[in-house]
Structure formats: C-alpha cells, structure tokens
Design a protein around this ligand. Structure first.
Ligand code: TA6
Length: 309
C-alpha cells in the first residue's frame, strides 16, 4: 500500500481559453475540474498505473467533501483529516498557444490541534504502508518543520518516505532524511548553502545529499530532463521533446512513477525510466495529474539514461 498526504488539498480547475487579455472579460469555453494538490495527483496517477493507493491530508468545507467524494468516484480510497474552512481552488488557464497561467489559493488555516490529528493519522496509515508520499505546500498555521515531524513518524512505522515540496518546508523536511527528494537546482544550492555553480559542482552537491542519507536525489532541470543521484551513483536522464497539452502535474506524475517502481522493487534505472515516462505522459492529457497507460508504455522506450562515472 502507498499512502499520499496532501496537507493543502485543492480542486484543480483547468480553463482552456482563447487568450487572457489583461483587464478584460474572458469567457471560458472548456473547463475541467478534478481533486488536486500535489499528493492527490500522485495518488490518481498511481491508481492509473495499477498500484494499491490511498490519499490522505487536510480537507475542509464543501470543497473538501467534493474532493473526498470525487476521489471515491475515481476509485481512489481516501482517509482525510477534516478541518474548519474551505479547501482551496487552484486555477490553471491554458491559452491557444498552450501557455499556462496558474492561480493557487492559500487554502484554509489549520490549527495546532489539526497538526496533532495529522500526526496521529500518519502513525495509523504509515503502519500499513510500505511507502508514504508527502507532496506540496503547507497550509497557513502549519509550522515549516511539519514534514520533518511527519517523516519521523512514518519512518518509525516502517515506511519509506518520498518528499516533494519546496522552500522552507523542504529545508526542514530534509532533516528528517526522507528516502527521496526532488528539488530544482536552486533548491539544491539552498539545501547545502552552496554558491551558484557548474555542472560538476551540482553533481558533487547531489552526492553530498546522498551521503547524508537521502537515497534518491532527483534534480529537475526543466526541459533538459533531470540529474539523479542514487546512493552516490549519478544518472543523467533525458526525455523526448513532446507537444504538450497540459504540463501541470508532470512533477506529480514523475513522483507517482517513482513510488510505483520503488514499491515493486525496480532497480534505480528502471525506476527513473518509469518515473520520467509517467511524468512526460502527463503532459499529453488535458487534465492535471492524469496519464494514459499506452503513452507511458510508448514513452518508456524513448527515455535516455546515461550513467555518469
Ligand atoms: O503540481 C501541480 C499542482 O499539484 C496543481 O495540481 C495545484 O493543485 C498545485 O500544484 C498545488 O501546489 P502546492 O505546492 O501549492 O501544493
């Protein structure tokens, strides 16, 4: 069982518009709506890959009820902590050129009691999970070190933890030594207080994070693919150029592919291949956090992974 936690769950709305003239009225001809927030996207893609998965996190209000009910309709088990306030909407507006503009609401404020309840939920759910995925931003009221605390509980219950977040929650979260992180280049430098650097320096920094005890360190390099460090061994990963329909959720789909591979006991190269193909496949569908298996299978054959000595 893989359990994903989304502390700031959302309803993801995707608006397909002709254009977005600033200061003008825009009518929206096509709208897609689905439960979202990073961990929920990970759960949906894991379900599509065929994994046994459940989604947890904080939800609130009518939007929270919609998130739980719609996940059940999509066939995804869920076990949320309910808080006061309303779960947020995240808007992604895609114009005719395929340019994406996102508006992300802050989400409901969570009390100290709420975090305590989440810690109990983690202890309960991690005990029956081989992997736990913690994804996304933290809602107001939740301290920056929340992921570090939750990682400690999950590891104590015997689960491996994948952490996908940014800024202060990432800086604190790595102190809990998760099994996997997916920072961008700037975040790697911030984690090690390292200066701007060359490709060689970035490689050294990834190895230093591995040496600290984080088994998988995947540095996303945008269209250039990724640099992966796995227990000190580096890999350069490249995906084919695609005509993207919607790139929102590609990172979440990558994490889902990685979680699936790790749970099935794949080696590092097969995990990276599946994760990269799954992340790319997400770009080929209109909804965020959504893949077709035929795309994943076709893309797996086109992923280039170079072992760096
Ligand atoms: O990764 C895409 C996405 O998950 C959207 O679905 C949207 O809900 C947003 O990111 C939320 O990100 P955040 O880091 O604020 O949790």
């Amino acid at each position: 069982m893989i359990t994903t936690f989304t502390l700031n769950a959302a309803i993801d709305k995707t608006y397909y518009v002709d254009g977005l003239p600033y200061g003008k009225v825009t009518r929206v001809p096509k709208v897609l709506s689905t439960p979202g927030g990073k961990g929920i996207n990970v759960a949906r893609v894991l379900h599509q890959l065929g994994a046994q998965v459940r989604a947890s996190g904080f939800v609130g209000g009518k939007n929270g009820e919609y998130i739980a009910e719609e996940l059940a309709v999509q066939g995804i088990a869920n076990d949320f902590v309910y808080v006061k306030g309303e779960s947020r909407l995240c808007l992604n507006m895609i114009d005719k050129q395929g340019v994406s503009t996102e508006l992300l609401e802050p989400g409901p404020e969570v009390s100290v009691d709420g975090l305590g309840e989440m810690e109990r939920k983690m202890a309960e759910l991690a005990a029956s999970s081989s992997l736990v995925v913690l994804s996304g931003s933290l809602p107001a009221g939740v301290p920056d070190d929340a992921y570090r605390r939750l990682i400690g509980i999950a590891k104590g219950a015997g689960a491996k933890v994948l952490l996908d977040t940014s800024k202060a929650p990432l800086l604190h979260g790595v102190e809990g030594l998760p099994y996997f992180i997916k920072p961008n280049e700037d975040e790697v430098k911030a984690l090690l207080e390292a200066p701007e650097g060359t490709a060689e320096e970035l490689s050294r920094q990834v190895r230093r994070l591995n040496a600290r005890g984080i088994t998988y360190v995947i540095v996303t390099l945008g269209a250039e693919g990724a640099l992966a460090g796995v227990e000190g061994q580096l890999y350069r990963v490249r995906a084919p150029k695609l005509k993207a329909v919607n790139t929102v959720g590609c990172g979440d789909a990558f994490v889902a592919g990685m979680a699936y591979g790790l749970e099935r006991g794949y080696d590092a190269i097969d995990c990276l291949r599946l994760a990269t193909a799954t992340g790319s496949a997400n770009a080929l569908t209109a909804e965020a956090g959504n893949v077709r298996m035929e795309d994943v299978e076709a893309l797996k054959l086109q992923i280039d992974i170079e072992t760096i000595q």
